[in-house]
Structure formats: structure tokens, C-alpha cells
Design a protein around this ligand. Structure first.
Ligand code: HEC
Length: 124
């Protein structure tokens, strides 16, 4: 996660943004071919990371061992990253932004269930 998923997701998430400064709104988006390729390459890393998360023994959380559900969540991340790649193929910044949001949702979906917290909150 720290070495593969997180760094690449930061590139994808950061590729399109609006920053409000004193001078007004600044639109961040890939402009050169290199910048588009960079976003695409990191989305590709996320697809492969999703694939490798499904390898036997990668599922986490000693309490819940639901390999099918884990795989579905890993696959969802790959699928959302695939949509991001399609956006870079046609250089569509809005679609890339939307895909980033969807990727982020797949991160939190999996973390919500599988990050093991030794002390469950009162809500559980
Ligand atoms: C299929 C499940 C799954 C998906 C999808 C997933 N994660 Fe994780 N992530 C985990 C688990 C489980 C941990 C807890 C650490 C561990 O057990 O190795 C974790 C931990 C992390 C950590 C803490 C560092 C660490 O290694 O402990 C970061 C940062 C992180 N994930 C980022 C992300 C981002 C960003 C995404 C989406 C692009 C994502 N993860 C998608 C399961 C997932």
C-alpha cells in the first residue's frame, strides 16, 4: 500500500484539480503528452495493484476472511483505474477527475472493512 498503491494514487488524484488562489481559480490538468502519459502510467499501476491484491494470502483482517468479497473490492479498484486510463486515452480531464473520485471510493470501501483496528469503536 505505502509503496505501490498510495504513491500512484496520489499522481492520479492530483492530475486534475481546481486550486483557488488570490489570483483566481487555477485549473490543474495534464496538458502535455508526457503529463497525460504519466497519469495513465500510474493508473496502470493501480490496475496491477488490484490484481496482485487478489493473490492468495493477500486478503487482510484476521476477523473477516471473505476472499470473494476482498477480491471484489480489489477488482473494483482495478476497474475504476481502467476508467481513468480510458479518460487519459481521449485526454478528457473531467472524466479523469470523476474516475479519481471513483477510485478513491474503492480505497475507502476496502479500508472500511479490512483495516484491522485493535480497539473497535463504540459504533461496532
Ligand atoms: C482490497 C482492499 C484494499 C484496497 C482496494 C485498497 N486498500 Fe489500502 N489498505 C488495505 C489494507 C487491508 C490496509 C492495512 C494494512 C495492511 O494490512 O497491510 C491498507 C492500508 C493502506 C495504507 C496505510 C499504509 C499501510 O501499508 O499500512 C494506505 C496509505 C492505503 N492503504 C492507501 C490506499 C489507497 C490510496 C487505495 C486506493 C487507490 C487503497 N489503499 C486501496 C486494503 C486495501
Amino acid at each position: 500500500m505505502s509503496w505501490v498503491v498510495d504513491p500512484s494514487s496520489k499522481v492520479v488524484f492530483g492530475a486534475v484539480a481546481s486550486i483557488v488562489t488570490e489570483k483566481g481559480e487555477e485549473e490543474i490538468q495534464p496538458r502535455t503528452d508526457d503529463e497525460w502519459n504519466n497519469a495513465r502510467n500510474h493508473a496502470a499501476v493501480l490496475i496491477e495493484a488490484g490484481n496482485s491484491l487478489m493473490l492468495a494470502g493477500r486478503a487482510r483482517n484476521p476477523k473477516i476472511q471473505d476472499q470473494q468479497d476482498w477480491n471484489a473490492k480489489a477488482r473494483a479498484m482495478s476497474a475504476a483505474a481502467r476508467v481513468a486510463i480510458e479518460a487519459t486515452d481521449v485526454k478528457d480531464a473531467e472524466a479523469l477527475f470523476a474516475a479519481s473520485g471513483d477510485i478513491y471510493q474503492t480505497c475507502t470501501d476496502c479500508h472500511a472493512k479490512y483495516i484491522f483496528t485493535p480497539e473497535p469503536s463504540a459504533a461496532q
